[in-house]
Write a new protein. Structure first.
Length: 133
């Protein structure tokens, strides 16, 4: 069951920040480099895509790739992705992670999105007009 962090259902036209993580049972490791110790992560890639209720792809991105561990300060294998579900219906989120050995795992989650309420639509109209308190 996918819900907003405040346990409310996901509602159309509301921004949602999805925290996407690829954790490995090995965890992070500290390695010594010529410039000193450095933290590396056993994740070689993390990507996602969002499929609309009609099955079309709405968004996709590679969040981390093999270049991550070559950076001066590598990103932890968790990335916050802001997203707005623009229509009601069942969206599909697919998150793919790959470790440094090439093992890949895909997680698929259905995200039911409810139609926004008339009250919210009215508030949004007032806000766009510059009225309301």
């Amino acid at each position: 069951d996918v819900r907003a962090s405040n346990a409310n259902p996901v509602v159309q036209n509301h921004r949602m920040n999805m925290l996407l993580c690829a954790d490995d049972n090995l965890g992070e490791a500290q390695v010594n480099t010529a410039s000193g110790p450095k933290i590396v992560y056993p994740i070689s890639s993390l990507s996602y895509r969002v499929l609309r209720p009609d099955g079309g792809e709405d968004a996709s991105a590679v969040l981390l790739d093999e270049r991550n561990n070559t950076k001066e300060s590598p990103d932890a294998p968790c990335v916050s992705v802001p997203y707005i579900f623009k229509a009601e219906g069942n969206y599909r989120l697919e998150v793919t992670s790959r470790d440094l050995s090439g093992n890949e795992r895909v997680m698929r989650v259905t995200i039911p999105v409810q139609k926004e309420t008339p009250v919210f639509q009215q508030i949004e109209k007032e806000h766009q007009r510059g009225g309301g308190d």
